[in-house]
Design a protein. Structure first.
Length: 413
């Protein structure tokens, strides 16, 4: 009987919400479903196996996990704000989570909220339930919620979290929006140059060859560049993609990432922008945590994980050690010369006046505004630079063509 059994591919949900997939022999779909239930798996899909079916099923499972792995920034911000509103209206946590799950914008958000609610109903704290979803909720988020639960001020913690998330999203959106126009301009310019070299210029090459004239040096260079792009353009594109992948892989190594981040800090305009963004994120996170009752050392440990630049994170780690030994936070950060001097001065005043949390938040406002101004300056430099460079390249190609045509005209006379 087993020899006549068909092959089936399946996808299922484990108890912790992970999507898994596999292939098995069974006489019908019911047998597969029964086996999955005995394994305490929730069936998502059972289909007859075809050639390559397991590979496709595994790929689909991986893509599903990528889609369902985490809440997006906007979804996280909305979830936090709405949950704070529900709790402030007098609903308990379980009913609030159920309401948010029922009114969520999509099944992915519903599943994440559902898993959180199940853990809370099983007796865990809200912070522990969030900690089990690390791809959706950061250490900062969990730390603020834990502090709010311990102090009986969960609503206030969630409201401050929502403000923090919205500010971070606004800062990220500012950077992304500012880079859209330069990116489009750069792509359009490069495409125009490639089109000139590979499609327009080759139309004149037979004419030049028939004349037998000695072409100007710049024209020969441009023709050679066009021939090279025509012959090797596809390989160059593949090499560029592989180079990007290799670069991203290399940046996952701590030593390489540290060197790259240190180099970025030394670039004139980009370095300034990176320092301002780091300072804004550090002070906003630290001030919010301390305002919610998290001790300074614990707040610094959480803040270290928020700083994406490795030199900045190492600096915070060293400052944490200094503070734990009784030293000054501002002095430790100032010695590293990684963060702007304005930030360290604010922190020094905050330590001296015992108003560190309040001055951290005020410093965050200043550095966020400085980041916005620096982005505008960067954009003001970048767009004209791209325009001038690409304009010169196009003018050079056209000039090479015109010089060749003039040389042909001289030869005819």
């Amino acid at each position: 009987m087993e020899t006549s059994a068909a092959r089936w591919t399946w996808r299922a949900l484990t108890a912790d919400g992970t999507v898994t997939a596999g292939e098995m022999a069974a006489e019908n779909e019911a047998q597969v479903l029964g086996w999955l239930k005995r394994q305490k798996l929730m069936p998502l899909q059972v289909v007859p196996a075809t050639r390559g079916g397991l590979v496709r099923t595994g790929l689909t499972s991986w893509l599903s996990q990528r889609r369902e792995a985490a809440l997006r920034a906007g979804e996280l911000s909305d979830f936090t704000r709405q949950l704070a509103t529900m709790i402030g209206a007098g609903l308990d946590l379980d009913r609030s989570l159920r309401f948010l799950a029922e009114t969520s914008p999509g099944p992915r958000v519903t599943k994440v909220i559902g898993r959180i609610r199940d853990r809370v109903r099983d007796g865990g704290s809200f912070a522990e339930a969030l900690e089990a979803e690390p791809r959706s909720f950061s250490r900062l988020y969990v730390g603020l919620v834990r502090a709010g639960e311990a102090g009986g001020a969960l609503q206030d913690s969630l409201l401050r979290l929502a403000d923090l998330l919205e500010r971070e999203r606004k800062l990220s959106s500012t950077v992304q929006s500012a880079m859209i126009y330069p990116a489009v301009l750069l792509v359009a310019s490069v495409f125009s140059i490639i089109l000139l070299l590979t499609h327009v210029l080759p139309q004149f090459v037979p004419l030049f060859e028939e004349s037998g004239a000695q072409l100007p040096t710049i024209t020969r260079i441009v023709i050679a560049a066009g021939d090279f792009l025509t012959s090797w353009g596809a390989y160059l594109l593949v090499g560029l993609v592989l180079g990007v992948i290799a670069g991203r892989t290399a940046l996952e190594r701590p030593a390489v990432r540290l060197s790259a981040d240190r180099f970025l800090l030394r670039v004139p305009v980009l370095g300034t922008l990176t320092r301002e963004i780091m300072a804004a994120r550090l002070t906003r996170t630290l001030g919010t945590l301390m305002r919610n009752g998290v001790p300074l050392v614990g707040a610094l440990r959480i803040t270290e994980g928020v700083i994406s630049s490795r030199p900045g994170a190492i600096c915070v780690a060293e400052a944490t050690r200094v503070v734990r030994e009784g030293g000054s936070l501002a002095a430790a950060l100032e010695r590293s010369k990684v963060y702007p001097i304005t930030m360290t001065h604010f922190l020094q005043v905050g330590e001296e006046t015992a108003q560190l949390a309040q001055l951290c938040l005020k410093a965050a406002d200043i550095h966020e505004e400085a980041s916005r101004v620096t982005i505008q300056r960067l954009l003001a430099i970048l767009v004209p630079a791209i325009t001038i460079i690409m304009g010169l390249l196009v003018a050079g190609i056209v000039s090479a063509l015109l010089l060749a045509m003039l040389s042909l005209n001289d030869l005819a006379h």
